[in-house]
Design a protein around this ligand. Structure first.
Ligand code: B3K
Ligand code: ZN
Length: 869
């Protein structure tokens, strides 16, 4: 039944032709844009030339200036083929495309009034016939013609060569990018924008023009992005020695975009969500996201653009590494612990989930039908963890030595993950053969640890096992860095002595686990010390280790590393929740735990960290701890019970925290952000402790009305809506009235309602789908309402399947309009194996219905087949 063919990593062949230069000429028109593409091509092996093309209409084809007749080439659905070509030749292709009907938002499309492009992974073939693969690197020159009034800005990659008005009311611009690049990094924008300008002087003294283009009226909201860009440029010079290499760096913000942003050479195109931010319309988290995505796309200039991927199976080469780099950047810009915790939560709630799904894949997949399906938390975030483990094993200096070797060897090339790891290995004279399994093996390793007292200290026995994933039944043991520390009962760090341990620069000890089972003997003055294992989440594994509550409380109160304290709290909550699930009881906070949490409220540590440690794992995270079927209803119940008991336990300190950390006046500093996170959490718990008190409603109402920033305003709204306070409806109405003209803020209004972990959320979502501001055409809106709902374990999986049906209907429509977005949504439906029988049956039936769609997109087909087969 499968119509779309899978590609295999093992089938890679070097290209038979190379393209040295490309001249593109665009004549922009809404429904019929003409593209003239002139390529200087060299043949490297005796094979026909096969150019990719999709949704393009071929008009003319010239070989060395001669117009070719249809019998001189073969044209099939997605391929243009030519034979008997000379060693070197010039091929010109003229195509016509229809940007205004391009709702898939791939290739050249319209976002509101502007033309823009998205070519990664395989979107360039929707513009012209081309060798659309990342290992074909060419120098691009782009000429754009368009109506001068409607499109005052005509932009493409590289440097502006010429720009002028023509007599016929049109304008033209020529751009030249001297850096050879694959087509996926090509970009074009034409539109009418507001622009903000700045400059950056590089470490070697070159001046770079910085420009950010936004919709009219939004210029003020782009300054934070500009400051972030400058910080990212400086940071990359200082930390990695990478300097920017063109005279201009442009960022364009558009409202219609499938992903977060795109690192096109010299011309990034961004989802406006990651550019626009001011106090009134963006939350603190939005500011943090803007800085991290601006950094991420900028960092791609070296890790992705100058050194690119040989083939798409190597995607993690650039994405895992660039996520690692953006995480390091964000950490350096404010609190490392807070950023690290956020990254750990992403792995535990989303990546572990993906590993347990039918689409589980290694960070370097072996088999792909639709590449867009592999821009995943596994490739990105687990990919970053795999880089981080190398950093852990080699140390900062060793890692940087490896990075320098990688850059020196491969600048200007299209390479593989193997090339990266080899550079790390050779620069450090280390053997990383076993470590390579992290690239090839899918799934989350489980590591079980047993602790035994000895006369001179203790032993630790580690047992590792990785569950089977689709297509991979036999798993080999991984090379796992384990960072650990030991404490005595008073929270004093204990020195440890063992051949198996080395002191690590992070202040923990490092043990390298390599075998399926390994026992290490440690000399220590305590025989039963309190252990912190996998500190700083030193490997993306699930730890199985019995630890008494008393020990966890020691770590919570005293551990030297902030992430370890947070981790202790998480383990405490998780144990309580799992026990409650197992015995069908309510989670019970012991007296000791209650006083530990009370003390934590007033502890002398970063308020943001306190806020994080006071939040138990979400229902979705808890589900990842369940080995059998996911008990949806029970998870809902115990999560709520634990939240309420924490709320009662810390209501008094929360009353103080709320007052103490509320900011008189808005500021955007790390301290102010941390203070807001704690005061807003205090507001939430205070409200959860007394949801029926008029005083609670008044407090939330006041908080909402007095807010001089969106973080506080939205926190009040979230509290009211999530706790289903009687004032929720009124606040929702006020919020919508105030923000109806601001799409990004309205996305939050949709999301907050889809997040409520209650049965009624299903009907709410159904109504919201009919809201005049809801549209399936805008990915941000779809993600805000539907993807949020799909992640809401408790409501989405409501017993009667109503949530599933709503979803399926939306996916059917998106299958024809925007398959990429459809495929992102379908994930929760494909995980039927993990839910009860009735749910399984219904989900399979719905997936089967989808599979029968006459025009089923490759994106959906791949995921549905993985799920049903
Ligand atoms: N490289 C782009 C993602 C492209 C998505 C293609 N479907 C953004 C990023 O990771 O920086
Ligand atoms: Zn990226």
């Amino acid at each position: 039944m499968s119509q779309h063919v899978a590609k295999l990593r093992s089938d890679y062949r070097a290209p038979a032709y190379v393209i040295d230069t490309v001249e593109l000429e665009f004549h922009l028109h809404d429904s019929a844009t003409r593209v003239l593409n002139t390529m200087h091509i060299r043949r490297v092996s005796e094979q026909p030339l096969q150019l990719n093309g999709e949704h393009v209409q071929l008009v003319n084809l010239w070989l060395d200036g001669h117009l070719l007749q249809p019998h001189e080439y073969q044209l099939s659905a997605n391929l243009l083929q030519l034979q008997n070509l000379p060693e070197q030749f010039v091929l010109s292709v003229e195509t016509v495309i229809n940007p205004s009907e391009n709702s898939a938002l791939e290739g050249l499309y319209k976002s509101a009034g502007a033309f823009c492009t998205q070519c990664e992974a395989e979107g360039f073939r929707r513009i012209s016939y081309y060798l659309d693969r990342p290992d074909v690197l060419a120098v691009f020159t782009t000429t754009i013609y368009a109506d001068a009034k409607q499109f005052p800005y005509l932009l493409s990659n590289g440097n502006l060569i010429e720009q002028r008005h023509l007599d016929d009311g049109r304008a033209m611009a020529i751009w030249h990018d001297p850096h050879p690049k694959p087509a996926y990094l090509f970009a074009l924008v034409a539109g009418d924008f507001d622009r903000i300008d700045d400059v950056f002087v590089t470490q070697s003294g070159r001046t770079v023009q910085l420009q950010i283009y936004v919709d009219h009226g939004n210029a003020e909201r782009a300054h934070y992005a500009m400051q972030s860009l400058k910080r990212a440029m400086r940071w990359d010079e200082q930390r990695f020695g990478y300097e920017y290499d063109l005279d201009i760096y442009m960022i364009v913000a558009v409202d219609f975009f499938n992903m977060g942003a795109m690192e096109n050479k010299g011309l990034n195109i961004f989802n406006s969500k990651y550019v626009l931010a001011d106090a009134k319309t963006a939350t603190d988290q939005d500011f943090i996201n803007v800085e991290s995505v601006i950094g991420h796309e900028y960092f791609h200039n070296w890790t992705g653009n100058r050194i690119t991927c040989r083939d798409w199976f190597q995607l993690s080469l650039k994405e895992g590494l660039t996520v690692f780099r953006d995480q390091e950047f964000s950490a350096d810009m404010s609190s490392p612990a807070v950023h690290r915790i956020q990254a750990i939560k992403v792995i535990r709630s989303h990546q572990f989930n993906e590993d347990a799904s039918p689409m589980a894949h290694p960070i370097r997949p072996d088999k792909v039908v639709e590449m867009n399906n592999f821009y995943t938390v596994t490739v990105y975030n687990k990919g970053a963890e795999v880089i981080r483990m190398q950093h852990c094993l080699l140390g900062e200096q060793g890692f940087m030595r490896g990075m320098r070797a990688y850059t020196e060897r491969h600048d200007g090339q299209a390479v593989t993950c193997e090339d990266f790891i080899r550079a790390m290995e050779q620069a450090n004279d280390r053997d990383l053969s076993q470590f390579r399994r992290w690239y090839s093996q899918a799934g989350t390793p489980h590591v079980q640890v047993e602790q035994q007292a000895t006369a001179t200290g203790f032993t630790l026995t580690f047992t590792q096992q990785t569950p089977a994933t689709p297509g991979q039944t036999d798993k080999q043991p991984q090379h796992i860095p384990v960072l650990l520390s030991a404490y005595d009962a008073n929270g004093e760090l204990l020195p440890l002595y063992s051949d198996a341990l080395v002191r690590h620069e992070s202040a923990s000890y490092l043990f390298e686990l390599r075998e399926r089972q390994q026992t290490i003997t440690i000399t220590c003055r305590e025989q039963r010390p309190v252990l912190a294992l996998f500190e700083n989440f030193s490997a993306p594994v699930k730890l199985e280790y019995q630890q008494h509550e008393a020990d966890l409380l020691v770590l919570l109160a005293h551990a030297k590393q902030p992430v370890t304290r947070w981790e202790a709290a998480q383990r405490l909550y998780t144990e309580l929740l799992l026990e409650a699930l197992q015995h069908n009881t309510a989670p019970q906070l012991s007296d000791a735990a209650v006083s530990a949490l009370q003390q934590l409220c007033g502890a002398d540590i970063d308020p943001a960290l306190r806020a994080l440690a006071l939040v138990p794992p979400s229902p979705e995270e808890l589900a990842e701890h369940c080995s059998g079927l996911i008990p949806v209803e029970q998870i809902a119940v115990v999560s709520r019970q634990l939240r309420d008991s924490i709320a009662y336990a810390i209501a008094a300190p929360c009353a103080q925290l709320y007052v103490r950390y509320r900011q008189a006046q808005y500021q955007l500093s790390a301290e102010a952000i941390a203070a807001r996170s704690l005061s807003n959490l205090a507001l939430y718990y205070l409200s959860a402790a007394a949801p029926n008190d008029a005083a609670t409603w008044q407090r939330v109402m006041r908080h909402y009305q007095q807010a001089d920033n969106l973080t506080d305003q939205y926190a009040a709204l979230q509290t009211a809506v999530h706790l289903q306070l009687p004032i929720a409806a009124q606040l929702l109405t006020e919020f919508a009235e105030q923000w109806q003209q601001q799409p990004l803020v309205m996305d939050k209004w949709f999301a907050v309602q889809a997040q409520v972990p209650a049965a009624e959320t299903v009907e709410r979502v159904e109504q919201l789908l009919q809201h005049p501001l809801f549209t399936l055409a805008n990915p941000n809106r779809v993600y805000a309402l539907l993807a949020t709902f799909g992640r809401n374990l408790v409501s989405f999986h409501r017993q009667d399947g109503a949530g599933y049906r709503i979803f399926t209907a939306a996916i059917k429509q998106l299958n024809s309009s925007n398959p990429q977005v459809a495929a992102r949504l379908i994930t929760p439906l494909t995980q039927w194996q993990r839910f009860s029988n009735e749910r399984q049956q219904l989900l399979r039936q719905l997936l089967t219905e989808l599979r029968q769609l006459p025009n089923l997109a490759a994106d959906l087909e791949e995921k549905i087949n993985a799920s049903l087969n």
